[in-house]
Design a protein around this ligand. Structure first.
Ligand code: HEM
Length: 131
């Protein structure tokens, strides 16, 4: 009777232990997937910074659904930003172009340069340089 109990306890412990290992493996895999993705993103950013984009490549991203701006030699992917941008869809005029003059003068709006706050926001959209 005692040996049956021992076997049962052993089996229960084995089931619990294998569950723990599995959960741990899944968690570790999820963690390393996230780490891999963020490392890959950083690598891409470094490569883009080193090699940069040419004007032909930038020109392909010229729509509301895919909008890159070139401002002062740096490339920004602002796709979707028109929804929260204070100037709304005015930003779309710059898609696929050198939008430096538009950014600095806002001819369709106040005719003044963007604020320092707007300049700080830019870094969130930065994807690389013009080569
Ligand atoms: C082609 C590029 C862009 C154009 C034509 C444009 C145009 C405008 C316009 C018309 C306004 C409304 C205020 C006014 O009439 O002067 C505005 C406001 C604003 N925009 Fe843009 N925008 C552009 C790109 C950007 C980018 C890339 C950012 C930030 C990443 C940005 C951030 C802001 C902010 C924060 C405001 C509020 C006012 C300020 O802080 O200057 N805009 N923009």
């Amino acid at each position: 009777m005692n040996s049956i109990k021992t076997i049962l306890v052993f089996l229960i412990l084995a089931v619990i232990f294998s569950g723990c290992v599995q959960t741990n493996t899944t968690t570790n895999q999820n963690n390393s997937d996230t780490t891999n993705k963020s490392m890959q993103k950083e690598m891409n950013e470094m490569m883009n910074e080193m090699h940069g984009f040419n004007i032909k490549e930038i020109a392909k991203h010229n729509s509301e659904k895919d909008c890159w701006l070139l401002i002062n030699g740096k490339v920004y992917d602002v796709t979707g930003f028109e929804e929260t941008h204070s100037g709304g869809k005015a930003i779309l005029e710059g898609c696929g172009k050198d939008a430096t003059a538009l950014f600095e003068s806002r001819p369709m709006g106040s005719g003044t340069p963007h604020s320092d706050n707007a300049r700080e926001l830019l870094s969130e959209f930065y994807i690389g340089n013009l080569n």
